[in-house]
Design a protein around this ligand. Structure first.
Ligand code: GAL
Length: 814
């Protein structure tokens, strides 16, 4: 099997972009189906939850009395010229300043002033003008919102269309009857972010993509293709269920033919043409079976994806076509042997992830999602838990393409209409994804997890899951340790959140139930900090501090490798996120749980995991070598997968130590300025690293993740900022303020630095973009425009040598 080397991620990324482009352009140019992004040029204005005049009279005019009878800014002619123009994804909460309120509990939601005490910040209005030319008359028009936080209502041309309650569910609306052809059409959306759904930062607004789908009356409806694939006697056995919906006004005859395409784009096989008769306003389903000899399996190193191309034809003319990616692979959950993928036994080396990122809040563009998952992959992570809510589509696409398994989770357990529909929608939307290993029915439902109500709801959900997706199993993140009765008794796989001391006993009592740490560790650290500061809210960057319920990385991982039956686990968390500043509160605003900070800059424990979760050569020592007094004792840690490591201070050996497996090394070093070097021996090969006393910062360095990006108005370049001293050494404790100027046609989306207590702006809406370094690093995120060409980012700081970087935008070339 081909092992991916570091640089191969670039190749994968390129392949992803190419295949995405190809798929997208085919869908776009198909006569039958067009998907048009509606992300650009929305008008936005805050409303008010308690003042009608600030809320465009929403609560005092009749909006729902007669058809087409809305008032205020719902009326199409409403003048929105003075509203701000924004692009989707958009999160207005991240634009607000931080604010302390005694109402915020320790979890704080990131101390952004949204919620019941901030009525003037909690309602957002969006308006979007669009036109559809009259050649499209007779087609169906579906508007799709991939995620809006939260509780939104939509009108088209003053007609109320519908609403969506959850901030994490995708929703679509058929707006065919409301389109005025070759005229201005206006979509109005009112978003109410007053309530929370979680205890973490959740953002506010239309924070995931919006698109308009144009379909022929005879088409494949939403989630209308379901592909299941398994391996039987070394053959790939694939079943495609395809629905066809008829909205033509009369019964129609049509046919479905499907092709299987392999990862190289080569046609593998084709179905027979299945004839269907579909009554008006009904759907019919056809089932097609395929066998693939010697299937190329999806796995972590070679995430081979097949594509099912489905064509609906009527009188020989294609009326619709879709492309569905899927993978062929086998997940096994064994109560004695643990987890295996395609028969290969392995531990789940997972991370829980909340969706927000530096600079952008929850409005994370697809390319940035991809960047984050690539960072996890480089650390050796093989599984991603969507904690604690349905992910964006791009998370699943990136995990499929990069080879990262997924624990796909709903927000709240429930079997009332709303929550049951959220659950069904999650499965229907996501079940074709190769990466999804398990469904998660929720997290720490302390009100019901030990009750018979919890059991009944879990029973209903598991039954429904098996009907919609018999190929997978379910779990649940229970923080109730040894307890079995309630939700846990219905679970195929028992998910343990923490409670490490009860795990062995639980396993003894339930030897037939496979077990995974659905959540573990919660170790807390602040990147590049080496002393605890309870006032500002910083913790030393060692694998040391943990809350009462948590474990250090080393504790849980050693425990896990010692138990073959234990499937592995999901660390809380891959990245820092806004909110939950445990163990501190204000002025600390972000969490410390991340193995990387909110920008994706590694903290030191990243190298612990990388040492034991990859076969890369890893050697890392810390702290940095600045700012101590000569003679002071410094606790030096080394993370490495070398067999032994020697530490040298200014060339003098401080001793050689054998590296304990799944452990780390420590030395107490008497500080003197200079160079502290670690030299490791790994299978006879020398690997080395050092930290060095530096002078003060002298010059800025800009490092983009990609220098060529797509001129599609959605692509992103993540530019990391560091500083060097006059001898070219990185100054890892520098805190200089950096200013940014952008020259050219692109957009700055946000800035961040990973400081969990920073109150600097993520969004500098006055155009004066700046951010301080936090321990030598900050980040700026740029979004492409639709114009080909170059743009130049300049970074400057008083007393430092400037830096510039040129980014090239090319259309459909990458
Ligand atoms: C867990 C919870 C997470 C997070 C974490 C912090 O109990 O599931 O959402 O709050 O604790 O340690």
């Amino acid at each position: 099997m081909k092992i991916l080397k570091k640089n191969n991620y670039w190749v994968l990324l390129l392949m992803f972009c190419i295949s995405f482009q190809v798929v997208y352009s085919q869908v776009k140019t198909s006569k039958s189906r067009q998907i048009v992004s509606l992300n650009k040029n929305w008008k936005f204005h805050l409303g008010s939850a308690n003042n009608p005049s600030k809320d465009f009279d929403y609560s005092i005019v009749r909006n729902f009395t007669i058809a087409g009878g809305g008032g205020g800014c719902i009326v199409p002619e409403f003048k929105d010229d003075d509203w701000r123009t924004v692009n989707i994804p958009h999160d207005w909460a991240v634009e607000l300043p931080f604010e302390y309120h005694k109402h915020f509990d320790v979890q704080s939601h990131g101390y952004r002033p949204v919620g019941g005490f901030y009525p003037d910040n909690s309602i957002g209005w969006y308006r979007k003008h669009f036109t559809v030319d009259n050649t499209k008359e007779g087609q169906r028009f579906i508007i799709r919102f991939e995620g809006v936080y939260r509780d939104f209502k939509i009108w088209v041309n003053n007609n109320y269309i519908g609403s969506t309650f959850s901030g994490y569910s995708e929703s679509s609306f058929d707006i065919t009857d409301f389109i005025e052809f070759s005229k201005d059409n206006v979509i109005v959306v009112r978003v109410d972010a007053t309530q929370y759904e979680g205890w973490f930062y959740e953002g506010a607004g239309i924070y995931r993509n919006v698109s308009l789908e144009v379909l022929s009356p005879v088409h494949i409806p939403e989630y209308g293709v379901y592909v299941s694939a398994k391996v039987e006697k070394a053959k790939g056995v694939v079943q495609a269920q395809t629905s066809v919906k008829n909205q033509e006004g009369k019964t129609t005859d049509c046919s479905v033919v499907s092709y299987l395409i392999n990862a190289k784009g080569v046609k593998v096989t084709k179905s027979l043409t299945e004839k269907l008769t579909v009554k008006n306003n009904e759907s019919a389903v056809t089932i097609q079976n395929f066998t693939i000899n010697k299937p190329e399996l999806w796995d972590l190193e070679s995430p081979n994806l097949y594509r099912l191309v489905s064509l609906v034809k009527k009188n020989g003319i294609t009326t619709d076509s879709t492309q569905t990616e899927f993978g062929i692979r086998t997940f096994d959950y064994d109560a004695e042997k643990g987890f295996s993928l395609n028969g290969k036994s392995m531990k789940v080396k997972g991370m829980c992830v909340h969706q927000d990122h530096a600079g952008v809040g929850t409005a994370v563009p697809d390319a940035l999602v991809y960047y984050r998952i690539k960072l996890l992959k480089e650390m050796g992570v093989n599984a991603y838990r969507c904690s604690h809510n349905p992910p964006s589509k791009s998370v699943l696409e990136a995990c499929d393409k990069l080879g990262m398994m997924v624990l796909d989770e709903i927000r709240v357990i429930g079997t009332g209409k709303e929550y049951l529909e959220q659950f069904e929608k999650l499965i229907l939307r996501d079940r074709n994804h190769a990466s999804i290993m398990l469904w998660s029915l929720g997290n720490e439902e302390t009100g019901v997890q030990n009750t018979d109500l919890g059991r009944r709801m879990a029973h209903t959900l598991v039954q429904r899951q098996k009907e919609l997706d018999p190929s997978r199993l379910s779990t649940y993140g229970g923080n109730n340790g040894i307890k079995y009765l309630g939700i846990n008794q219905e679970m195929d796989v028992r998910g343990f959140n923490y409670h490490i001391k009860e795990l062995d006993d639980y396993h003894k009592e339930h030897p037939k139930q496979p077990i995974i740490f659905s959540e573990v560790s919660s170790m807390v650290s602040s990147r590049g900090m080496y002393v605890k500061d309870s006032i500002k809210g910083y913790l030393p960057d060692y694998d040391l501090n943990k809350p009462r319920w948590g474990q250090t990385a080393e504790e849980w991982w050693k425990f896990t490798v010692d138990r073959p039956w234990l499937m592995g686990g999901f660390v809380w968390t891959g990245f820092d996120y806004r909110g939950e500043p445990t163990p501190f509160t204000w002025p600390n605003v972000n969490s410390h749980f991340g193995i990387m900070d909110v920008c994706g800059f590694p903290k030191n424990t990243y190298y612990y995991y990388q040492s034991w979760w990859t076969d890369k050569d890893v050697i890392k020592i810390y702290p940095h070598w600045n700012g101590y007094k000569t003679g002071e004792k410094v606790n030096v840690w080394c993370n490495s997968n070398a067999d032994e490591v020697e530490l040298l201070l200014n060339g003098k050996s401080l001793g050689k130590k054998a590296m304990p497996r799944n452990g780390h090394l420590e030395w107490e070093v008497v500080y003197e300025r200079g160079k502290l070097e670690a030299v490791g021996l790994k299978n006879g090969k020398t690997i080395r690293t050092f930290v060095e006393t530096t002078d003060k910062a002298y010059q800025i360095v800009l490092t983009p993740d990609r220098k060529i990006i797509n001129a599609d108005g959605n692509d992103v370049s993540v530019i990391n900022v560091t500083v060097l001293d006059n001898k070219g050494r990185e100054v890892t404790n520098a805190m200089n303020l950096i200013q940014f100027n952008l020259n050219g046609d692109a957009r700055i989306l946000g800035v961040g630095n990973g400081d969990p207590s920073s109150h600097e702006a993520d969004k500098c809406l006055d155009g004066n973009w700046k951010r301080s370094l936090f321990n030598g690093k900050c980040q700026i995120i740029l979004e492409s425009s639709e114009k080909e060409g170059e743009f130049v980012l300049k970074a400057s700081s008083e007393g430092l040598k400037n830096a510039t970087v040129t980014i090239i935008q090319k259309r459909d070339k990458i």
